[in-house]
Design a protein around this ligand. Structure first.
Ligand code: GRG
Length: 313
């Protein structure tokens, strides 16, 4: 089995940040704040967060904040819960959450909760369990969960549970590993995991492993490195991670590396990008690959960062 090409991946991430006119930078222009979270968390897991200028990142990021308190994907873009969580996560990595007006940001998030407990992603109203997840993770990191009706939020997530044990984006929608992460993480953070049938969901999740060792996101679909995160983190949170073949999954992720120029792709031989590089490295961290910082399966932040926030150490 090959090895994780740490130096190459660090170089890949630092290069895409500098090449503002590259294809990668242009297609990521509208989600640059998500990209910053994926890139910086990868660097931190690899022990290389000190290679970036933190003040420069924070100064750019604070310009992405809208007067409502929410963050947009880039300067001048409309605010959305998805970018607001990324901003909080990046500040958490830098130990700079205090740079935020915490009441303003948490009021923006709480204002997006609907009467049935669900969350809209932004003022335009789309509802999805992804937004329940990011709202709950954000408010938990800001220690402001009291701003929302947690019981209603949990009941809405439970209403998205399916007969196969999984969760979808709205009530009755198909189970998908990405949405399962969202619902399980939100339930974990709110102390509500008793709503999950762990054996039933664990069985559905471990059936996501295909012959190559990779994981898919739902039945009959192709494996993709990003599900190493969505599936594994969920299995860990429900204590069923020993139901998959870890060695085969490690091999699948390592086979998706560009060993020459760095970066990780969705499948072997495909083009690399920062999203799959992050979820590949984060997946390896969950698999306890040597030399990587441990990552928290619910907050998707290094464990030392989460401990610093909640336990001051
Ligand atoms: C804190 C890590 C973190 C995330 C925040 C936004 C979010 C919460 C989670 C997104 C979860 C999700 C829906 C992931 C799936 C992403 C993905 C690869 C979707 C592809 O869907 P299809 O239908 O692919 O194109 P499949 O694999 O089903 O064919």
């Amino acid at each position: 089995m090959g090895e994780l090409a740490v130096e190459k991946h660090v170089k890949f991430i630092l290069t895409i940040e500098k090449e503002k006119d590259s294809f990668e930078s242009v297609v990521m222009e509208h989600i640059r704040l998500n990209g910053a979270y994926w890139a910086l968390t990868t660097l931190d897991i690899l022990g290389k967060l000190n290679t970036v200028d933190q003040d420069e990142v924070v100064s750019w990021m604070m310009q992405c904040q809208h007067e409502s308190g929410g963050f947009g994907g880039n300067i001048g873009h409309d605010p959305h819960l998805l970018y607001t969580l990324s901003a909080i996560q990046v500040l958490a990595l830098f130990d700079k959450i205090d740079a935020l007006d915490i009441d303003k940001v948490s009021n923006y998030i709480a204002g997006l909760q609907n009467n049935d407990g669900s969350f809209s992603g932004d003022m335009w109203g789309e509802i999805d369990t992804r937004f329940s997840c990011v709202a709950i993770l954000s408010l938990a990191l800001l220690k402001r969960l009291d701003k929302i009706n947690v019981e209603k939020a949990v009941n809405y997530i439970v209403s998205c549970k399916n007969l196969d044990g999984g969760f979808g984006c709205t009530p009755g929608a198909e189970s998908h590993a990405g949405q399962i992460f969202c619902c399980v993480a939100a339930l974990a953070v709110t102390g509500s995991l008793h709503h999950v049938d762990k054996d039933l969901l664990g069985w559905w999740l471990c059936e996501r492993q295909v012959k190559s060792g990779g994981l898919n996101g739902r039945p009959e679909k192709l494996p993709d490195v990003c599900y190493s995160w969505w599936v594994l983190s969920s299995l860990i949170m429900i204590d069923r991670v020993h139901w998959i073949d870890k060695e085969k999954l490690i091999k699948f992720i390592l086979d998706c590396q560009d060993k020459e120029n760095g970066g990780i792709s969705d499948q072997p031989e495909d083009a690399v990008d920062v999203f799959h590089t992050y979820f590949g490295v984060a997946g390896l961290s969950l698999l306890e690959y040597p030399g990587l910082k441990a990552i928290d399966p619910a907050y998707a932040l290094p464990v030392d960062v989460v401990n610093r926030i909640f336990f001051g150490r």
